[in-house]
Write a protein that binds this ligand. Structure first.
Ligand SMILES: [Zn+2]
Length: 50
């Protein structure tokens, strides 16, 4: 099933939560709001998988 947000790639949970180009700017804004630095999605995925 294609991602409903960006319609570019096959959706999976990692894409939807972390990698979707529609979602990433929202995370960046949230992180700035929380006063933390945005972590590269790859690092987040590693952290998620562990
Ligand atoms: Zn997407």
């Amino acid at each position: 099933m294609i991602c409903p947000l960006c319609s570019e790639v096959v959706e999976d949970i990692t894409h939807l939560l972390l990698l979707c180009p529609v979602i990433v700017p929202l995370w960046q804004r949230l992180c700035r709001w929380w006063g933390v630095c945005w972590i590269a999605p790859g690092c987040m995925v590693d952290w998620f998988v562990q």
